[in-house]
Design a protein around this ligand. Structure first.
Ligand code: FEO
Length: 390
């Protein structure tokens, strides 16, 4: 397995996970990579490592460049196990290497691996002299765990960004200009919506720091390395972190006997008439992580369920739990649903949309089967309450 040179003396030596389809409940239909980087200087430095089962792949790639026993520093930008899982094995090969991480990282590593290695804690503003190059550290807590930091090499103009700017894509290509751009942005958006979104205010702070750096390469810990579309991905991150939306309504529902589906159709007609882009998402056919990708830019989030045993359907409850945890902000919400003799589901959905901080429209309810007149009235009432897009 080959290492890939990013710049002279700087190599990608990570692992490619072609089979990954579930990352904490996130459907990773294109697999992923765990990116690790090797810098050959007076001090040999490994930045991050890989999930435990890809350790031999990592070692093979490092060995293609240099004997792993010569590693002096291991920088752990993040201690989550997809980036630190091979640390015990690597430390067997270079037992005198220093392990460098943020204070939270140094606190967390022994709680994962129950070893006391040669640790060094670094904070924002600290630097590490490698010889001809230096690494500058910036703590980026909660992008994605409290320990996260990024490392910047000014001589090479490379930002090792760890989870930020990542995408779950397994590929033989390593650089953004070698891969279809629309797929890359779609996967970067999915990654942001399903992993980074709850930490958007911290991302905004990190973007302020990144904005002041001279960057030619962004080397994330998952997916393709950015060297051609850096302003584009930073621009997208600014939009996503700012919870910017477009005129788009996403209608998410499940149905028992088709009444809630008919209501979803009436809501769709209203938004269509008002000029919005529409996404219809039946929870039986759409994965919640794909729905979150659409919510990343949706202005209206409409959620429908019939009442079953005094509750919403479990599929709708699961989706709402997932969305609430990911904490999108600045959206409008609409709860809707049919019922037979209890009306609990719509009230429950409306309450959760309000807990999410959404500005909600008056919910829509329908007993048993809606007539065409009922549906027309629903469409007109939604249409009357949403701004038209010209
Ligand atoms: Fe890819 Fe938070 O680890």
């Amino acid at each position: 397995m080959k290492a890939t040179m990013i710049k002279h003396g700087v190599y990608w030596v990570g692992g490619i996970d072609w089979d990954l389809r579930n990352f904490h409940g996130y459907l990773t239909q294109r697999g992923s990579t765990y990116n690790a980087y090797l810098i050959i200087d007076e001090k040999i430095t490994l930045i991050d490592n890989v999930k435990q089962q890809f350790t031999e792949e990592l070692i093979e790639r490092i060995s293609e460049v240099i004997d792993p026993a010569k590693i002096d520093y291991i920088v752990q930008n993040h201690i989550e196990m997809d980036h630190s899982g091979s640390l015990p094995r690597i430390m067997e090969l270079c037992p005198n290497a220093e392990v460098i991480a943020s204070p939270k990282g140094i606190e967390g590593l022994p709680k994962h691996y129950f070893r006391e290695w040669n640790f060094r804690a670094v904070k924002s503003g600290d630097t590490l002299n490698l010889g001809k190059r230096t690494l500058h550290f910036v703590q980026t807590p909660m992008v994605h765990w409290p320990d996260n930091m990024v490392s910047y090499c000014p001589q090479e103009k490379i930002l090792f960004s760890n989870d930020a700017f990542g995408q779950h894509i397994a590929s033989s290509e390593r650089f953004d200009d070698e891969y279809p751009f629309s797929t890359l942005i779609e996967e970067a958006a999915k990654y942001y919506a399903n992993i980074v979104l709850p930490y958007s205010s911290q991302v905004q702070k990190a973007l302020e720091v990144v904005g002041g750096l001279d960057i030619e390469v962004i080397a994330p810990s998952h997916g393709l390395i950015w060297r051609d579309n850096i302003p584009a991905i930073i621009g997208e991150y600014r939009k996503w972190a700012g919870n910017e939306t477009v005129p788009k309504a996403i209608i998410i529902y499940d149905t028992m006997w088709g009444s809630t589906r008919k209501m979803a159709g009436a809501i769709r007609d209203a938004f269509e008439s008002a000029g919005y882009s529409i996404r219809m998402c039946n929870l039986q056919q759409n994965h919640i992580s794909d729905i979150m990708t659409e919510i990343l830019s949706a202005r209206y989030v409409c959620v429908g369920s019939p009442t079953l045993n005094r509750n919403m359907l479990p599929s709708v409850a699961a989706f709402l739990t997932y969305m609430k945890g990911l904490a999108p902000r600045g959206r409008h919400g609409l709860a809707f649903g049919s019922y037979g003799w209890g009306e609990q589901s719509v009230k429950q959905i409306d309450a959760i949309l309000n807990e999410c901080g959404f500005e909600t429209l008056e919910p829509l309810r329908q007993q048993y089967i809606p007539t065409n007149d009922n549906l027309a009235a629903m469409r007109d009432s939604v249409l009357a309450r949403i701004p038209k897009i010209t």
